[in-house]
Design a protein around this ligand. Sequence first.
Ligand SMILES: *[C@@H]1O[C@H](CO)[C@@H](O)[C@H](O)[C@H]1NC(C)=O
Ligand SMILES: *[C@@H]1O[C@H](CO)[C@@H](O)[C@H](O)[C@H]1NC(C)=O
Ligand SMILES: *[C@@H]1O[C@H](CO)[C@@H](O)[C@H](O)[C@H]1NC(C)=O
Ligand SMILES: *[C@@H]1O[C@H](CO)[C@@H](O)[C@H](O)[C@H]1NC(C)=O
Ligand SMILES: *[C@@H]1O[C@H](CO)[C@@H](O)[C@H](O)[C@H]1NC(C)=O
Length: 468
Amino acid sequence: MRWLPLYHALCFSLWKALAHTVELSNMFGQIQSPGYPDTYPSDSRVTWNITVPEGFRIKLYFMHFNLESSYLCEYDFVKVETEDQLLAIFCGSENTDTEHTPGQEMVLSPGSFMSITFQSDFSDEERFTGFDAHYMAVDVDECTEREDEELSCDHYCHNYIGGYYCSCRFGYILHTDNRTCRVECSDNLFTQRTGVITSPDFPSPYPKSSECFYAIRLEEGFMISLQFEDIFDIEDHPEVPCPYDYIKIIAGPKVLGPFCGEKSPEPINTQTHNVSIRFRSDNSGENRGWKLSYKATGKECPGLQPPAQGKIEPLQAKYFFKDQVLVSCDTGYKVLKDNVEMDTFQIECLKDGSWSNEIPICKIADCGAPAELEHGLVTFSTRNNLTTYKSEIRYSCQQPYYKMYNNITGIYTCSAQGVWMNEVLGRSQPTCLPGTPLSPLLQRLLFKALGPQEFWLLMEGEVEGMML
Ligand SMILES: *[C@@H]1O[C@H](CO)[C@@H](O)[C@H](O)[C@H]1NC(C)=O
Ligand SMILES: *[C@@H]1O[C@H](CO)[C@@H](O)[C@H](O)[C@H]1NC(C)=O
Ligand SMILES: *[C@@H]1O[C@H](CO)[C@@H](O)[C@H](O)[C@H]1NC(C)=O
Ligand SMILES: *[C@@H]1O[C@H](CO)[C@@H](O)[C@H](O)[C@H]1NC(C)=O
Ligand SMILES: *[C@@H]1O[C@H](CO)[C@@H](O)[C@H](O)[C@H]1NC(C)=O
């Protein structure tokens, strides 16, 4: 039935000569085979290239379809394609195992371009009426239809006719790529001696397109050590080291990292008081991030011995830079530092690992020599005439003419504060007042001898005389 191959080739070039392309850019339109509704001519080839605006696709459907049938539509056909993809090829007037008619089927372009080619060969055994097709631009719901992960929105997607846009959850900022949601995380300062730092939202996946910066700034003398804990999950690449997301640690002049992947770095002893952490994420990937705890220690100071009759607080096995110790003494003792007595004394472990001062000694409180008493005298009750804490003295009045006023014992004890104290008078001295010089025995004898009247006259005179 088919003629010579040579003829075939000739015809092919003829088709080419007859072939023409129709450019269409309306939002809808009609396409018909040449001569429709009459029989289409042999050896014809027409291409309709339809272009609609970005954000639209093209829907094509047929109201009438009647072409010559051939094995795999070799001879007459309608072919629907994009720049690089065959969407459908139709021929015949009914579906067979090998040939396809459009029927009620619609052809949808993946993008905003569709090319439709009609071709007939040089001979048709019957009369075929061709086709009548319609197309229209339809909106692409980018929010639900985009399969390309790169193009859909990171958080929220909003479709509108002919396009879409993205927005972000509260607390996030839309990146200039208009697609991913980043966070502002470039200004984190840590000044405590211990702390925990994590990637944003940890352990939920960290935000995309973000540049985070964390600074640990401590006083000179501290050394910061870092330890990653828990999950470590940063997007990586099997061959290239950390091309997308990474964490870098800047410890003084040293830069550690970049680190990525699923294996966390070993604990890091930075040997510096100034550590910066940089964390970067690109615009894709769902990784959970990282968590690290840091701790700063200073140099160790030598161990401390509490002074005799004293204590240090807090009492620790080890002391480090910035630790402070308070020295105090037992009751009755005073801290003596540079010949100055005080209740407590504080020393501090310095950055070079030495103590700011030596431990002072505890000196027993001393009341000193007791003050002399007018018309009286003092005797020491404690051995060696001691005047220190808990020592005892006794004041008495010059006998027999003076008596201690107030009926007190005259006993004073050296207090913890270093002052002589009496039970009744406190720190005040007793007073010696003139009293009768006569002994009770003599008084009784005089009473008997003089009788009451004379006796009292005598006694009053005696007393008045002494007072004057
Ligand atoms: C029409 O589309 C086809 C398929 O993409 C292409 O090969 C051809 O160059 C286009 N024709 C014109 C005139 O743009
Ligand atoms: C993002 O959107 C703005 C305004 O809609 C536009 O000017 C800009 O070109 C867009 N940027 C990208 C990378 O698409
Ligand atoms: C800490 O390190 C950062 C970055 O290395 C540097 O810019 C900064 O001046 C340093 N600060 C101190 C107090 O050393
Ligand atoms: C104690 O003091 C008394 C006077 O108050 C004095 O006579 C005596 O020698 C002193 N004893 C000692 C051991 O110092
Ligand atoms: C003096 O004190 C002693 C003991 O404290 C007591 O027994 C005595 O009655 C007191 N004498 C007078 C006159 O208060």
